[in-house]
Structures are given as C-alpha cells and as structure tokens.
Design a protein around this ligand. Sequence first.
Ligand SMILES: [Zn+2]
Length: 640
Amino acid sequence: MSRGLLAGREGVEEVRSRTDIVSVISEYVSLRKAGKNFVGLCPFHQERTPSFTVSPDRQMFYCFGCGKGGDVFSFLMMKENLTFGEALRVLADRAGVKLSRATAETGSAQKVQEMRKALEWAEEKFRSVLGSDLGKECMEYLRSRGLTQEVISRFRLGYAPPFWDFLLRAAHHDGISEEALVDAGLLTRRSEGGLYDRFRDRVIFPIWDGMGRVIGFAGRVLKEGEPKYLNSPDTALFHKGRHWYALHLAREGIRRTGRAVVMEGYMDVIACHQYGLDNAVGGMGTALTADQARALFLLGGEVVLAYDSDAAGMQAAERAITVFREAGGRVKVASFDEGKDPDEYIRSKGKEAFERQLEEARLDIMFLYGKYARECGGDRVAIKEKIVPVLASLESKVEMGEFVREIASAMGVLEGDLRADVESYQKKNAKTRYEYKKSENRNTTQHGMTLRPGMAGNSAIRTGSGIGRNTTDSVPIKSNTASVKGSLSGQVAGREKAEEGLVRALLEEPDLAVEVREWVAPEMVKDPVCRRTLEIIFEYVGKVVQNKSRERPGIKAETVLNFVNDSIDDEEARARIAGLLVGEELPGPRERLVKDYVKTIKKARSLELEAELKRCEASQDVERQALLLKEIQELRRGLG
Ligand SMILES: [Zn+2]
C-alpha cells in the first residue's frame, strides 16, 4: 500500500511526535503498567491473561499471543479497518495538527472514500428534512417521546420522507454517486432495473463506528408498518455484529464510571444519555456477537444489561448472557419492575432511581436462576433441570462453588446435593461439552479477527522464532543445510536468534550500524524480514554518514525506527519488528552482542554455502563451485 509514499510527507512527523500510543490504545483496551511497558487483553484475539504489550519507549505494540503488532498507525489501521491515510487523518484531528488535503486522502481506497462521503451527505440530508416542514410530524413524535432539541442534535436524528426517490433525486442534484449510495445500502436496486430509497417515512438513527463516523442507519416507522425498525444492510463499512450503538459517545463515560450499560433499543440509549447516563450503548436489534461482547470487556469495568422487563426482554437477556460468557466474561442484569422499559423508567423516576437499579443489578447466573424460578412456578425439580447445565458450564470452580451455595440456599435444598447434581451432569456431558467448546472456539476465533481475510490467525509469526513465544503453533523452518553435520536445529535456532538480535540491537543503537555494515552484508541474513530491515537500516545510516564525518553520528533510534516502519509495506513484517522491540531486554551491552551476532550469522552462512558446494561437486557445476569457494573463504577470513 501507499504508506511508504505518504509517510515523510508534510504533517506525518508532526502527528507522530504529538501522539502517544498508550493513550490511543487505552481508548480500546484497559491497560496496566508492567515494568517499562503496559499490558492488557488483546483486542485482536480472545484471551484471558494479557499478552498484549504496549511500549511507550518504542511507541509500538505487540501481542505475544497472536503476533499482531506495529506502531500507532498500524493499530488504528487494524482495529478500525482504516487505510494509512485515514489513520493519519484521525490522529491529526486528535492531536490538533492541520494536514493538507492531499496528504490525508491519497492513501484511501477510492470506493470506501465515496461511500463515506455518501453516508455523511445522507446523514445531513435526513437531518435537514427533520428540521423542515416535511419533518414536522416526525419532530412531534420525538418530542412526544420526551427528547430535547439538544439530544436530537447530539444523536444527529433525522427523518426520511415518504418518497421512493427522495435521496435519489437529491443525489443527482448534489453530485453524489448513485453507486456509492447503493454500496452504502441507502438505495436499493429493483430486480427489473432502477433504484429506490431504502428508508421511507421513518425516523432516522445514524449508526457510527467506534470513532464516530457514520457507517449506516436505522429507521423506525413513524406510523403503522413493518418492520418497526429497518437497518442498513451490512456493507463494507457496516457490520451489525461488530459495532455498538453510540459507543463513541459512551466510551468516556464507561471509563469514568467503570461500568458499561447495555440496552436493547436506540431510544433507550438516547434517553439515558439525555439524563446524564453517558455510559449506555445499544445493540443493533440483532443478536449480540462475541466481537461486541469482547469490545466492552476490553474497556474494563463491569457490564450491566438494562433490558426491557417483559418476557421478550428477559429472553433477550438470557441470550446475551450466553454470548458474554462465551466471550470470557460475566455481566450483571438490572431489573425494572412494574413492567416498565428502561426508557420509561428513567423518564418517570429520574437518573438516581435508575442508577440504583444498576447498583442492585444481579449477577448473570443469579438472574437466570430468578428467571427459571419464576417460569417453573417453584417446581424445584424443573428449576434444577434448567439451572444445573448453566452451573456445570462455568469454567471457574470457585465461581461455580459460590453460585451453587447461593442458589441452593435460595431453593432451600442442600448445597451438597446441588453440587453433586452439577458434577454428575458434567461427567455425563464431558464428551459433548468438549466438542461443543471446540467448535465454539473455532467460530470465535474467526469472529474475533476483525481483519481482512487472510490476516487472521497466527500467520504473522510464521516466519519468526524468537517472538510469538506463547503460541502453540509449531514453526516450520526450511533449511538447505540439511546435509551439514552437527546439531542442525541448534544452528538454525542460533542463527535466527542472532539475526533478530542484530536487527534489534541496531534499531536500539543505530550508531553501531556504521561499523556493522562493514562486517556483514544483508545477503548473509536468511530471515527475509530481518534481511529487509537490515537493508533499510544500512540505507539510512549510509545517508547520514555521507553527510557527516564523525564516527558516531548520533542517530536517534526513534528516527530510524520510523524510517523502517514507513519503508516496510507489509503488515506482518512490521508486526514482527514490533515483537522484537517489545520483547525482553537484550542480554548484555549491545556493542559486544552485535559482534557475537555477526559471527553466528557468518558461520551459519558459511555452513550453508559449504552444503551447496557439496551439491555442486556432485553435479559438476564448476563455475558455481568457484564462486562458492571464494565466498566461503571470505567469510572464514572474517570469522578469524
Ligand atoms: Zn493477540
């Protein structure tokens, strides 16, 4: 991609120098300090113990679990599915740096850019209709639901008038591409040809991504009609299972209060925010996914479901609990008695009363128990049949023990009896449970990767050895030194370690490269990422040394690292470099280490050439033999 071309242009360095990777990533992941670094749960794969590491010194991140890594640009590109140009613009806005238009936009895919433009344009159109005579009835409806003008503006609500060609005609007038409106899900193609507006005579709720950019819409019927809510279809930008409604408006509140409130409806969320509960987010009217659940857990703090108190709401809460549990965490469930919806509840009783309900929210398993107890009308055998599988599915023995105790006492049965039932259920279902888990895991791994196809899984560490330690994937190492005597695997491992060590030492102390480039040529390095990185470092150092006569030119590690990051266009390669730098400290002074590393690399290279020489002798390729001999002799001289 065009990262290399864009980087180095006006503004990029300024954005970089004014951006702190820790504070950017903290908006997605709750990080805690661990030595020089920060650690947290990885946003790119599912895990329970943090292997996601952020280094403030290097301004890099790396996950020892899945091998994702890079700088702050890489993080946003992966997490928010941005191009380099888009990530640059986001960070520039954040840092208050003004970019020239050209710098920010060259890197964006044309199609996506057109879609964004169309979505923003449509959002504005719907808003202006709501404010016009045409939107009068819709405005009255919103007011009747208790919405203030301020909150209508904050949530950018709009109105789609009851015409089949409102957007279509306005688009012609304003020069917006029809194709982009189709891609964005705003226009629908008739099977017999021609286009029409998807949203007609509906209240429009724009839906944004985590950064507040509009990606789709939900439309609620104003009068009668089905469906009550109509969403944009999934598009290149909008995936219902990946976003929370109003997350960008709630993120700050969630962090401040240590609590995320999950609601079912758009109106519920808006009501909460209107009353000052700015930690509320909403689902998309479709089943929650593990992706969504994980995104909330990553923010830290507790998650409280505030669903409708009718049967449908309770059923939805039960399904949500399963999803959150599968995503590796637990939630609480608030209840609003007197048959009230959260929306009505906060309007009639106010913020304090609502917050009390949140405080008193029950843990998910206790909520389920209460639900089953009501449904079974006190029939203890029936209740047990429902709650035992739930208890048996808990992974933590401690947690299970606590719930068994509490539920046994609520049911009026002996704790030991309930525990025995749970354990015998587990035994009976051990096999099926395992299979269920296995297929679940496979699914969540796929869902967990919010990246482009082909980017998923452990591919990022496939060529590495010293990094990605936590992975259980074996690392196949191809080698053509197979005929050489001695501990082959030891040599291979030693060589890779030396190559990675050399790259790391030079990235940390680039001045050393002035000498090192006299000792070792990048061609001697086997690992492609290390070789390429070395080339780039040497290229940079070469330029500096040309201009200066001093032996120690005082090159800044930061500058070289930025140069390397910008020169490498491959995401996986950048991730590996991040992994090198974020890993454990090098074992000793770099000046001494680089000498050892160079020696190891040369020795390995020489063995490799000797093996090839043997093969040439067999095939009687005399010319090649002479070349190899010469190279081997040179290497040996260097080793002496
Ligand atoms: Zn990870």
